[in-house]
Write a protein that binds this ligand. Structure first.
Ligand code: H79
Length: 602
């Protein structure tokens, strides 16, 4: 009885002690003012660009098992090829990456313009790249290499002033108290390991402690594999608090807790979400004010090395991804998958060097910048600093005149960022835009940056869609408001449409000004790939509707125009037209390129 009273008292005391921490901000398990959080996040927000390294035993099979090429990420081969634990374990005895050179890797990241490195201390397969005291399944105890890879990297990072960060998988296919008994479905089993809390207390948390105490201070702890059925918000909050307790200024990604929404990577509003969101293999359609996020992406199609994956993105694509992400206020974490010898694949090295050449000239327009002040720019992107706009021109104007739509500020000076002498470009302020005279040829085919110094805070008006003299109203993808979760404006590699439209509740709205009322034929121009057609949609304006069904057009970039029907607009002034889903019959709605209201009573 006495014990029960004491226990009760203890709980009461604990509750009282913990309460202020929780009530300050129910989303975060530790009390922190916005100012304190801003200070903690500052280096990371300024950095914009980091290197992801996926390295482990999976680099030995390099995507092949039993003579067969295995699909998916190379680092998932243990799961995808259904390899039993005792079979996979044998790879450790072969892991001898004698060409590993920590200094070389860190210099490569630094020369690419990256400010931090996130390496897999442990991926889902459970193998550890450091000498873990609570495990014998690590590079010192189980592999012939006998060198502590993380120690060597932490030294090199300190030397080159790069922040070292660790990716650490919560899911563990090797540990008997975690997912190992779920073979052959380590990942998808809905069973819970009854000993999971033992794994967390005696293995996972001690490992995190080793990593922070022995290799820190760290920049970021990057959790993953949090979707296993055992993991929940309580574990997540506890882990977050544990990690911040070990190193108060550390930054932790949202995968520390459950509640991530798919690979879109953000956590539902209102639930605890660590310090930043983690879109995976994708770039959000637009930034969210006040929300930190980092897109992690591969250069080919795998994270861990696969000998036969040659699907490399171009340097142009990688630089433009970085610019796109920065223009929306995010970070870019770009991956390499070294071989079992310890070599970063040559195609990755070449790309990192080329990105570095661009960053050397244009880094000023990436580091410490804020997001764009424009909704969309037909020719590229924009990043900002106080008093300065950086215009990133992907598509150079053929007439040598760059139109900056909606900019109202007086321009003090405009020049090419690559021009050391900062020779002034001629600028004209029109009523609702600024026009800059630029050289006839793009100085940099990847992305030429123009620095625009402006007077005062940026003032940008949304260009209003207006009716043409002949009564026509043209609705372009880039002028639309896209409302919802997945659909977004995409402007890349010749695409100029609203794509990624897979959520039926998402819709597209155009706002325009009518001065001549009447009846209009409604046209839309769209594309739909084989097998994706069939969606029934409605088009709504001025309280009336017409509807249609998406047809196959052959590919996502083969656009067709269809006349959907007639609607009338009875009032002059501001009007909207919405495209909404009536019924989905495949996984996608359509790629919507444009709409048109053509006067019918002419
Ligand atoms: O380490 C790399 C990949 O091996 C790893 N994350 C990157 C950084 C990765 N693991 N799984 N995946 C990528 C794809 C898995 C997606 C799913 Fe899910 C897990 C589908 C269902 C569970 C994520 C969580 C999407 C929905 C919930």
């Amino acid at each position: 009885m006495k014990n029960i009273i004491i226990a009760g008292l203890l709980i009461l005391i604990l509750a009282v002690v913990c309460l202020p921490l929780w009530s300050a901000d129910s989303k975060q398990p530790a009390a922190e003012t916005q100012k304190q959080k801003d200070a903690r996040m500052k280096w990371w927000r300024d950095a914009r660009f980091g290197l992801f390294i996926h390295w482990g035993l999976y680099s030995i099979p390099a995507g092949q098992w039993d003579g067969k090429q295995i699909g998916g990420g190379g680092e998932w081969i243990m799961e995808t090829a259904r390899i039993p634990v005792n079979e996979y374990e044998k790879l450790a005895g072969q892991f001898n990456p004698v060409k590993f050179d920590a200094d070389l890797w860190v210099r490569l990241a630094k020369e690419a313009g990256m400010k931090y490195i996130v390496i897999t201390s442990k991926h889902h397969d459970g193998f550890c790249l450091w000498d873990s005291k609570v495990s014998s399944y690590d590079i010192i105890d189980a592999a012939p290499f006998k060198r502590d890879v993380l120690k060597e990297l932490s030294k090199a990072c300190r030397k080159h002033k790069i922040k070292l960060c660790f990716y650490h998988s919560i899911m563990d296919w090797h540990h008997p108290d975690a997912q190992a008994p779920h073979y052959p479905t380590y990942n998808t089993s809905q069973k819970k390991n009854p000993n999971f809390s033992r794994y967390v207390e005696n293995y996972l948390k001690p490992q995190i402690n080793e990593l922070i105490a022995g290799y820190g201070p760290l920049g970021v702890l990057w959790f993953d594999g949090e979707w296993i059925p055992e993991w929940n918000q309580e574990y997540g909050k506890d882990m977050y608090r544990f990690v911040r307790g070990l190193q108060p200024d550390i930054i932790i990604n949202n995968r520390v807790s459950s509640g991530r929404m798919g690979l879109e990577g953000m956590t539902e509003e209102g639930s605890f979400s660590g310090d930043f969101g983690t879109p995976e293999q994708q770039i959000p359609s637009r930034g969210l004010p006040g929300v930190d996020w980092e897109s992690c992406m591969t250069m080919n199609d795998t994270w861990g090395y696969k000998s036969f994956d040659n699907d490399w993105k171009s340097t142009q694509q990688l630089v433009r991804n970085l610019v796109d992400i920065a223009s929306k206020g995010g970070n870019y974490l770009l991956n390499v998958g070294p071989t079992s010898e310890g070599i970063i694949p040559q195609p990755s090295v070449e790309r990192l060097k080329e990105i570095g050449q661009w960053m050397k000239v244009n880094g000023e327009s990436i580091y410490e910048t804020g997001p764009s002040v424009f909704k969309n720019l037909s020719w590229g992107r924009c990043t900002t600093k106080k008093g300065t706009l950086y215009l990133h021109v992907f598509d150079w104007p053929s007439d040598g005149k760059l139109n900056v739509p909606g900019l109202k500020n007086t321009v003090k000076k405009a020049y090419l960022l690559s021009d050391k002498r900062e020779k002034k470009l001629a600028v004209k302020n029109l009523e609702d835009s600024v026009v800059i005279d630029v050289p006839p040829e793009a100085p940099d085919k990847i992305d030429t940056v123009i620095v625009v110094q402006i007077k005062g805070e940026p003032q940008v008006v949304s260009p209003v869609i207006s009716q043409k003299a002949d009564g026509m109203i043209e609705l372009l993808a880039r002028d639309a408001d896209v409302v919802g979760l997945t659909a977004r404006y995409e402007f890349v590699d010749g695409k100029d449409d609203i794509g990624y439209w897979t959520n039926p509740a998402d819709y597209v709205r155009w706002t325009f000004k009518v001065n001549k009322t009447g009846t209009f034929d409604i046209h839309i121009t769209y594309a739909s790939d084989r097998g994706a057609a069939g969606c029934e949609y409605i088009i709504e304006t001025d309280g009336q509707q017409v509807g249609g069904t998406v047809k196959e057009t052959g590919s996502w970039t083969n656009y067709v125009t269809e006349n959907i029907g007639r609607l009338s607009i009875s009032k002059t002034g501001v009007c909207t037209l919405d495209v909404k889903v009536k019924k989905m019959s495949s996984w996608a709605v359509m790629s919507l390129q444009s709409g048109k209201l053509a006067p019918a009573d002419k």
